[in-house]
Design a protein around this ligand. Sequence first.
Ligand code: ADE
Length: 232
Amino acid sequence: MRIDVLTIFPEYLAPLRESLVGKAITDSLIGVRVHDLRDFTTDRHRTVDDSPYGGGPGMVMKADVWGAALDSLATPDTILIVPTPAGRPFSQQLAQQLSIAHHLVFACGRYEGIDQRVADEAATRMPVLELSIGDYVLAGGEVAVLVMVEAIARLIPGVLGNPESAVQDSFGAASPGLLEHPSYTRPVNYRGHEVPAVLLSGNHAEIARWRHSQSVERTRERRPDLLPDTEN
Ligand code: ADE
């Protein structure tokens, strides 16, 4: 998979060189390039924004600059992702679908966002997803890109040391729609808190049953919205 990120703050994406995604890059499982949007401006001041038509606070990112940047990156395989709090919710299911894509381009908006015609015009020639990572407003799309790239990259075969980890996750294939059960490691007694005895029993069927019931209980407590109406 190839990933291109367009931003006015390329340094903001430096964490992609670390940890799991960094290793995937080193191992050539993914290729990541970060581009400075200002390189696609044509004026002396490298202007990327202007005041909104119709008035109101803030600035809007200019369509022509974004258009030139996207033209330079688009291929027949490109899926364009625009992080925005006004997008549809990013999810594990979308991460799964995007993990088999050949080319993702992420367009990081700042200020009041990107002129809507950029996404509208791009959608005439490639799939465009305007996506939100949650119901809160960030200063720009960069952190949302870090979140989405990490969620997508760990699902690419070879990226996780043990692919079973992704299956067992909260929202993973083992228990879709359930939060992951709690996990424990040595010592057996931590400041008076014992590891649940069933995990020391060696009875794998019993352990699987216990973990499932913990998942259901946790989900009921923390995320009842994930359960079918009959279970909450
Ligand atoms: N940009 C600003 N806030 C965002 C959010 N919640 N999700 C995605 N992109 C954003």
